[in-house]
Design a protein around this ligand. Structure first.
Ligand code: SF4
Length: 420
C-alpha cells in the first residue's frame, strides 16, 4: 500500500469560524493524500510525508506534535515558516517559504529552506475536505447555508506597516483564468449560497471583471476584499450587476489616516447606493486604550465613524505586531514567546495587566454589539436580531463574557441582545 501524505494545519481548524484551509492548494494529487482535522499522532512507518501549515498561534501545538514524529517526514510551510524559516529547521526535513501549489517539485529542490513553486496547473484538493465545515460569519447567512471560497490571485504589492500578507508574497500573482473556470465548474456541485474571494485586493487585477464574470456563474452571493480607492462608480456598478453582495474594507485604526482610505466615505456610499453591503474591519491598538478615559474616547470616535459609514458588518481586531513588518521594532519588547498563542486578533496581548487586558477584550465586543443593537442600525442599516451567523456569533460572545459582566458588575449585554 502506498504510504500516505497527510496534510495538517496548526492551529487545528476552528469549526465555528473557518473556511477551507489554504493547505488544500499545496497537497498533491493521488489517492494516498489526506487532510487531517485532528492533528493526532500517526504511525511514521505508514507515512511518506506530513505537510504541515503553521500559523503563529499553532506554533506550540506544532512543536509538541513534531517532537513525537520523524523529522525526515515533516515538511513545513505557511505564514510562520515563511517569516521565520530557521525556527522550523529542528523539526523539518524541508521548510517551504512563500506560496506553493506543486508539493513534490518544491521539496525536490536542494537545501533545507526552499522557495515554494507555483505552477497553477490544478485546483485545490477540495475532495479532501468537508465543505460543511465552513462556517463564515456573514449577515443573513444562516447556519447551514453552504459557503465556499476561491483565490484568483495571491500576494499584495502594498506594504501597510502592520500587515503580514506581503511577507508571505509581496507581488500580485494572478492565477490563469482557465484555472478559475475549472475551479468554478468544480465548485458548482456544492451549490453554495456564498462565495468568498480570498484575494487581498480583488479589483487590483487588471482583468478582475473577466474573473468576476466567471465566479458569478456559481450563482452564489459574492463577497471580497477591496481597497476603497478602487471602488469607482463604474467598478461598483459592475460589481453590483454581477453578484457582489458584500465588500470588506479596512477602516484600520480610526485615529490614523491612511492613503488607501482617502475615499472611504464615497466608497461606502456608492456601495450602499448599489445595494452592496459594507463590511468594515478595524484595528484597536491596546496601547491607545490603556485607561478607561482613553478607551471611551477611542470608541466614541469609532462609533461616530460607524454612524457615518453605516456598515452592515463590523469586525474588530487587536493590533498584532509580526516580525518582519515595519512596526515590529516598536513593539518587539512587548512580545514574548507565550504571546504566540494569542495572535488571533481577539486578544489584547500587548497589554500585560490581565484585568486591563480582559476589559479591553470585553469593550471591543461590547461596542460592536452596541452598534448592532442601536436604533440607528435598526432604522438605517438592517435588522440585527435575525438568527443569522452574525447574530448567533454575538450571542455566543455574550455568553463568553457573562462571567466578566457579573464579576465587574458591568451592565449586562443580555438586555441589548433581546432588543428587537
Ligand atoms: S492591509 Fe491589505 S493593502 Fe495593506 S499590505 Fe495588507 S493586504 Fe495589502
Amino acid at each position: 500500500m502506498d504510504k500516505k501524505v497527510i496534510g495538517m494545519t496548526f492551529p487545528r481548524q476552528d469549526l465555528n469560524l473557518g473556511l477551507e484551509p489554504s493547505l488544500l492548494t499545496v497537497l498533491p494529487s493521488g489517492d494516498n493524500v489526506m487532510y487531517s482535522m485532528e492533528n493526532k499522532d500517526y504511525n511514521d512507518d505508514e507515512v511518506e510525508y506530513y505537510a504541515c501549515s503553521v500559523y503563529i498561534t499553532g506554533m506550540h501545538e506544532f512543536q509538541r506534535w513534531a517532537k513525537k514524529h520523524d523529522k525526515n517526514k515533516i515538511i513545513t510551510g505557511g505564514y510562520e515558516p515563511t517569516i521565520n524559516p530557521e525556527e522550523f529547521l529542528p523539526y523539518s526535513k524541508k521548510v517551504i517559504v512563500g506560496p506553493c501549489d506543486s508539493f513534490y517539485e518544491t521539496i525536490e529542490q536542494e537545501g533545507d529552506i526552499v522557495k515554494g513553486i507555483t505552477k497553477n496547473e490544478r485546483i485545490p484538493r477540495y475532495d479532501l475536505y468537508d465543505i460543511r465545515n465552513n462556517q463564515q460569519i456573514i449577515p443573513d447567512k444562516i447556519k447551514d447555508d453552504i459557503c465556499t471560497s476561491i483565490n484568483t490571485s495571491q500576494g499584495c504589492p502594498f506594504n501597510c506597516d502592520f500587515c503580514c500578507s506581503p511577507l508571505m508574497c509581496d507581488k500580485l500573482l494572478s492565477k490563469p483564468i482557465d484555472l478559475i473556470r475549472k475551479e468554478i465548474e468544480y465548485l458548482k456541485k456544492y451549490n453554495p449560497k456564498f462565495v468568498f474571494i480570498r484575494d487581498e485586493n480583488f479589483p487590483l487585477q487588471k482583468d478582475w471583471k473577466e474573473r468576476l464574470l466567471e465566479i458569478e456563474k456559481l450563482g452564489a452571493k459574492i463577497y471580497l476584499f477591496s481597497s476603497a480607492n478602487l471602488l469607482t462608480k463604474e467598478n461598483v456598478e459592475f460589481m453590483s450587476k454581477h453578484g457582489v453582495y458584500m465588500i470588506c474594507l479596512g477602516l484600520e485604526d480610526v485615529t490614523e489616516e491612511y492613503f488607501k482610505n482617502k475615499k472611504l466615505d464615497e466608497a461606502c456610499k456608492l456601495l450602499h447606493d448599489n445595494g452592496i453591503m459594507v463590511y468594515l474591519s478595524f484595528i484597536v491598538n491596546p496601547l491607545k486604550v490603556k485607561t478607561q478615559e482613553e478607551s471611551d474616547k477611542y470608541y466614541n470616535k469609532l462609533l461616530n465613524r460607524f454612524y457615518e459609514l453605516k456598515p452592515e458588518m463590523v469586525c474588530g481586531n487587536f493590533l498584532m505586531p509580526f516580525r518582519g513588518t515595519k512596526i515590529w521594532d516598536d513593539y518587539k519588547d512587548l512580545v514574548n514567546e507565550e504571546d504566540y498563542d494569542f495572535y488571533n486578533s481577539k486578544s489584547a496581548f500587548l497589554e500585560k495587566d490581565p484585568d486591563n487586558r480582559k476589559r479591553m477584550e470585553y469593550e471591543m465586543f461590547y461596542y460592536q454589539l452596541l452598534y448592532y443593537t442601536s436604533d440607528f442600525y435598526k432604522n438605517n442599516v438592517r435588522k440585527f436580531n435575525v438568527n443569522d451567523t452574525l447574530n448567533l456569533r454575538f450571542k455566543e460572545l455574550q455568553e463568553e463574557f457573562s462571567d466578566y459582566e457579573e464579576k465587574t458588575s458591568r451592565e449586562s449585554t443580555k438586555k441589548l441582545l433581546l432588543k428587537k
